[in-house]
Design a binder for this molecule. Structure first.
Ligand SMILES: Cc1ncc(C[n+]2csc(CCOP(=O)(O)OP(=O)(O)O)c2C)c(N)n1
Length: 635
């Protein structure tokens, strides 16, 4: 059957449609998103909630002339379908396919590459200032969720937006959710604006009051922004945005295309910043996602009929081992508290939050605040555990340095999604944390080789009494037996996993492939001792020196960037010790090589799978390839 979506090649095509056709198109888009995400995984609930909003944006604005800036960008699937990427949509988040986030290399309609939250307002303001400097007149529209508006960066932008008063349109996609229920005073305020009886009633009263003024009447209500503003100001002295210098329109029904377009058209007439609060529902149109928006925020493949995941997870993930260990640890030490920045579910802390609600803090999408909040707790005797994905903690670099490490405070940073991250593309790769953590003063940097070691590392970190970081990948554990009781690992001591002549010093999840590679290389006459580093800082100096005799080879292996990473740490140490007569190879992720795909596909692409590691080491030893070797092992 012919679909309306088939005839949509660019945003202008939707402007020819009747209201009924637009409603049908919205349904078709929902079906396309649902079917694709059910196969490939992705951000389902947010995208289902933003279909009408995106259609209305492309009806009211003229992209790419007008700039639409998506915050996070996880809700951009409809935008991708409308802007010439419908035929590539089946390859969403797949190797060689299109990204699940805006990407300038894909389309001129994507005005910025994004993936991290709370950036849109700053980017949009920069664009508005640049537009005015160039004497141009297009619109700049930032689309931001109520979750992302809790981020400090967004609030900093609001501060300058209210100050500069540039012509800028902020579309607030309000659904009362971040990934889980949105938290905090902001979120309460938005809810008040929408459902607060007082607002609706007073707004209606204001309108009828205005209508009753004989000289003014209905036309003036539409045109008389100034008067309405005056009335609003008188009636709503607490209207935060208006008082900041940003006009407020709303609340608008976020699934009614006509209401949305009307609001956007009104906003276009303003000569200054304006915020439109659009009320949407996450998961709209698909019952399982509506019922469990947090489960379908970022979902793996699932059955459309039931919403049940296609791949059953066998065995615990590192995240769930972290969550379970935290409950154990909190029972042993009452000073331990858990902090997350809007990622309670993803970091495995949900059960902790239910069992120990008084010891759990979700601060919203506010990584910087999470760290300094932890600092305050640590300064007064608590032992906070800050669980943040590796890529998102980048944002709090200075807080880790200034508020925790310089004061040598006992804060534990638990970096989930460290190393190669599947599906989400460059913005989500967790490859920088070893480099950004190891030069922090007083910081202990650790990575477990398996899930059993993870629980001991967490407990050790609590016992050391210094800033610590523990990193692990988005992956299931190796299925090793779990010890009942928690042990404190000797600080700065590595573990020799396999004897050998030269040293292969592997970090965290690279220990298992290192062992496999070493066994493979053994057959080719290369004898490598495999060491589980455990600590990138402090390094196990004695062990490294044992292998660093003249003419010997030291190889490091980590799932992080080479520059500044664990390999750099070992190399710098050997240099300081004057061991210049060794051969040294550092294997890691090349900077900027962050393709999209499954973790194993990305590892193969950057040479961090077993054949890739074997190839690199064999090349290093300049050994000829054995006959019939896997093609991928050729240089
Ligand atoms: C700095 C940062 N922290 C955390 C995340 C993970 N994250 C992605 S979307 C999201 C929730 C966003 O909520 P909101 O902006 O309200 O959008 P919604 O999905 O509700 O439409 C979070 C926490 C991120 N992308 N960036």
């Amino acid at each position: 059957m012919a679909m309306i979506l088939d005839a949509i090649h660019e945003p202008a095509d939707i402007r020819k449609l009747t209201p009924d056709e637009l409603s049908t198109l919205a349904m078709e888009i929902r079906t396309r998103i649902l079917e694709t995400v059910a196969k490939n995984g992705g951000h389902l609930a947010s995208n289902l909630g933003a279909v009408e909003l995106t259609l209305a944006l492309h009806l009211a604005f003229d992209s790419p002339r007008d700039k639409i800036v998506w915050d996070v960008g996880h809700q951009c699937y409809t935008h991708k379908l409308l802007t010439g990427r419908k035929d590539r949509f089946g390859g969403l988040r797949r190797k060689g396919g299109i990204l699940g986030f805006p990407c300038r290399e894909e389309s001129e309609h994507d005005s910025a590459n994004t993936g991290h939250a709370s950036t849109a307002l700053s980017t949009a303001l920069g664009m508005a200032v640049a537009r005015d400097k160039a004497g141009l007149d297009h619109h700049v529209v930032a689309v931001v969720g109520d979750g992302s508006l809790t981020g400090g960066l967004a609030l900093e932008a609001l501060n300058q937006i209210g100050h500069l008063r540039k012509r800028l349109i902020i579309v607030l996609n309000f659904n009362e959710m971040s990934i889980s229920i949105n938290v905090g005073a902001w979120s309460k305020y938005f809810s008040y604006l929408v459902s607060g009886h007082r607002y609706i009633v007073i707004k209606d009263q204001a309108k009828s009051l205005l209508k009753k003024v004989p000289q003014l009447g209905r036309p003036v209500i539409k045109a008389g922004h100034a008067l309405e503003d005056l009335a609003k100001k008188m009636l709503f002295p607490g209207l935060v945005f208006t008082e900041l210098g940003i006009r407020y329109i709303g609340p608008v029904h976020g699934h009614n295309i006509q209401s949305l377009v009307e609001a956007f058209e009104t906003a276009k007439t303003y000569d200054g910043p304006v915020l439109i609060q659009c009320v949407t529902q996450k998961g709209k149109g698909y019952q399982p996602a509506k019922m469990h928006p947090e489960k379908f925020h970022g979902a793996g493949p699932f059955q459309v009929a039931t919403g049940e995941p296609l791949q059953r997870e066998w065995g615990p993930s590192f995240s769930s081992v972290f969550g379970d260990s935290m409950i154990k640890i909190a029972k042993k030490d009452e000073k331990v508290l858990a902090i997350t920045a809007a990622m309670g579910e993803g970091t495995g802390l949900r059960e902790f939050s239910e069992k120990l609600p008084d010891r759990f803090f979700d601060v919203g999408i506010a990584e910087q605040h999470a760290v300094t909040f932890a600092s305050g707790l640590a300064l007064t005797g608590f032992k906070p555990v800050v669980a943040i994905y590796s890529t998102f903690l980048q944002r709090a670099y200075d807080q880790v340095y200034h508020d925790v490490c310089l004061m040598d405070l006992p804060v534990l940073f638990v970096l989930d999604r460290a190393g190669i991250v599947p599906d989400d593309g460059p913005t989500h790769q967790g490859v920088n944390d070893i480099a950004y953590m190891r030069h922090m003063p007083n910081m202990i940097v650790m990575a477990p080789k398996d899930e059993n070691e993870l629980q001991h590392m967490l407990w050790s970190a609590i016992s050391y009494g210094h800033p610590c970081s523990v990193r692990f990948p988005k992956a299931k554990g190796l299925g090793v037996p779990m010890d009942e009781s928690l042990q404190v690992l000797p600080l700065g001591r590595s573990e020799l996993v396999k004897e050998g002549q030269d040293l292969l010093f592997a970090v965290g999840n690279m220990v298992a492939p290192a062992l496999e590679a070493a066994c493979e290389l053994e057959k080719a006459g290369v004898s490598l001792a495999v060491v589980n580093a455990r600590f990138v800082k402090p390094l196990d100096r004695d062990l490294i020196l044992r292998f660093a005799g003249p003419g010997r080879t030291v190889i490091t292996l980590e799932e992080g960037i080479v520059e500044g990473g664990a390999g750099s740490a070992v190399r710098e140490f050997l240099d300081r010790e004057g061991r210049f007569d060794i051969r040294f190879l550092s294997i890691g992720v090349p900077i900027g090589a962050y393709p999209v795909g499954k973790s194993d596909e990305i590892r193969a692409m950057v040479g961090l799978d077993v054949p890739g590691i074997v190839r690199k080491i064999r090349d290093f030893y300049q050994m000829p390839l054995p006959p019939g070797a896997d093609e991928r092992t050729r240089g």
